[in-house]
Ligand binder design. Structure first.
Ligand SMILES: [Zn+2]
Ligand SMILES: [Zn+2]
Length: 341
């Protein structure tokens, strides 16, 4: 059954890939004299189609729900536009897959080296031959392991100042919608893609499974960001991260600042938040964003940028400010030390 769904989807995408390639892409490549990139372009087209299908499915499922049951009523959707741009850049760039395949040769040689030196590598699906080797069981294990890694990755993004400045691009959205999941600093995207590709390869995920893991995670995350008044019920929200749970993570004063420097970091499953005590089950709908975007009396609000480039540039500027502040404090300390001596 599982295999059947995979292969039917794969067949469907492959058929589209061949059709588009023969009728559109190849004639263009031929015309502009780029036939050397023939094979690579053909392969890349597969992932572009997967990305486009993801966006279509996401939009068709979530946009009507946003219209019918919005969590927040907006006068306009201006703030959403930039997130649409992020989504197309990420979904068509398919960074995760790019890194996965770039890493493959490196890891292949690493695995070869380990085998040569008789060091066994981490093949999680071989933990219990006969049981964990079943495709569905292995897939579930990969999903849980990657999600555990995702929880800590996300928690550290909030903990480490410089990293937070990159992640702040994601959190600075005050109109959270189905498009907001991909609103991330591109440098953060690259870091994240490298990290997950490395974890996936170390635990032995096959490339074809990785594609499905990424697609499922992406779709679930789009649901979590959608402007929908929806909770999965007492049990449901303890099994899977939903919109109410993730909206809490984006809530000003809670998600980034609440107990233990934020709450609800979970990506797919809320279990790690429950285990490491960073969970909040409140379904109260609060404004989303970062506290300093709203000016405190006598202070100026921080501008995180409205457009794609401004948001990227301002993040680097904030990182620069943090680094120079650290250098100044460091120098200050050594001055004090010197004075003390
Ligand atoms: Zn976050
Ligand atoms: Zn988010």
């Amino acid at each position: 059954m599982f295999h059947f769904i995979f292969s039917s989807l794969d067949n469907f995408v492959s058929t589209l890939q061949t059709l588009l390639y023969v009728d559109i892409v190849q004639p263009v490549l031929f015309k502009v004299g780029l036939m050397d990139y023939d094979e690579d372009t053909y392969d890349a087209l597969y992932w572009v189609i997967v990305g486009v299908l993801e966006v279509i499915v996401m939009y068709a499922l979530l946009r009507p729900l946003e219209a019918l049951r919005p969590a927040e009523e907006w006068e306009h959707r201006k703030g959403v536009r930039v997130d649409v741009l992020y989504t197309w850049i990420v979904k068509l760039g398919i960074l995760n897959l790019f890194f996965f395949f770039t890493f493959q040769p490196v890891f292949d040689s690493l695995q070869g080296w380990l085998r040569l030196h008789n060091v066994s590598n981490l093949e999680i699906d071989n933990l219990w031959p006969g049981v964990t080797t079943q495709p569905l069981v292995a897939f579930a294990i990969y999903l849980v392991v990657l999600d555990f890694a995702g929880y800590w990755y996300h928690r550290l993004e909030h903990r480490i100042g410089i990293w937070w400045e990159l992640h702040a691009v994601h959190h600075s959205q005050q109109q959270m919608s189905l498009w907001s999941d991909d609103r991330n600093h591109l440098l953060d995207d690259i870091l994240q893609a490298s990290f997950f590709a490395a974890v996936a390869l170390v635990i032995g995920v096959e490339p074809s499974q990785f594609v499905v893991l990424v697609a499922i995670t992406n779709l679930m995350q789009s649901v979590q960001h959608a402007n929908i008044r929806l909770n999965y019920g007492w049990l449901g929200e303890r099994l899977l991260v939903g919109p109410a749970f993730h909206r809490r993570h984006h809530a000003i004063g809670y998600g980034h600042e609440g107990t233990k420097y934020g709450c609800n970091f979970g990506v797919l499953f809320p279990w790690w938040d429950m285990l490491f005590r960073s969970v909040s089950w409140s379904r109260e709908i609060e404004p989303t964003g970062i506290r300093d975007q709203i000016a405190a009396p006598g202070e100026r609000a921080v501008n995180y940028g409205e457009g794609f480039f401004e948001q990227h540039w301002l993040a680097f500027k904030r990182i620069g400010a943090r680094l120079s502040a650290r250098r100044t404090t460091g120098r200050g300390n050594s001055d004090t030390d010197a004075a003390a001596v």
